[in-house]
Design a protein. Structure first.
Length: 202
């Protein structure tokens, strides 16, 4: 089953999570919108840090400015439309990674969470432990559930915080799919090691 990797915030570990899932399952990878850093995109990160020849589908939009997609698109004279997004054709399942948090906008009326609704795929929600992460995680879960979007479960990324994690899991009643430890070095070996330690069943 193809899945969407969404995060409670930007820079939360979505791409690392995507790499681990792709390494573990052999799924394809697709980042519909890349904003900035076009010489070292998230797609390039997946390519560099997986070792099983993951098929990477090209981005639908490649924006030059490293900013919120709505701002970057406006500055570049681009209008991002819902109907422009079609899941790539593949004989394989696909890991789809969003750009930013659920309410990161592409336009005044089109947000990441609307893209998720449009693609009609279940979500894996990536959380991280920092002051405020409980609030961000619970708000993200509520936003998805209010729109009847299926949540496969939660992935915690980074330094472990048992108190925060147990509260989130107890409150939401969502399964913990796996945890990603803090990795001092991210490369093919470290990604493969984490991928080998988990079992993913969708």
């Amino acid at each position: 089953m193809s899945v969407i990797i969404a995060g409670i915030h930007t820079g939360i570990g979505k791409t690392l999570c995507s790499a681990i899932i792709c390494q573990s399952t052999g799924y394809d990878y697709w980042k519909p919108v890349q904003a900035g850093n076009l010489d070292d995109t998230d797609s390039i990160f997946i390519q560099k840090n997986t070792s099983n020849n993951i098929k990477i589908h090209p981005e639908r939009y490649r924006l030059q400015i490293a900013a919120s997609p709505h701002f970057a698109a406006e500055k570049e004279g681009i209008e991002i439309k819902r109907e422009d997004f079609i899941l790539p054709r593949s004989h394989n399942e696909i890991v789809v990674e969003t750009a930013g948090g659920l309410m990161s906008p592409f336009s005044l009326s089109f947000f990441n969470i609307n893209l998720i609704q449009h693609l009609e795929l279940p979500v894996i929600l990536v959380s991280n432990n920092y002051l405020g992460s409980i609030n961000h995680t619970l708000l993200s879960v509520e936003a998805l559930q209010e729109r009847n979007i299926e949540i496969k479960g939660i992935v915690f990324s980074g330094e472990k915080n048992e108190a925060s994690e147990s509260f989130i899991l107890e409150y939401t009643q969502l399964p913990l799919l796996f945890s990603i430890p803090f990795l001092p070095k991210i490369d093919k070996e470290s990604v493969a090691k984490v991928a080998a330690s988990i079992k993913i069943h969708f």
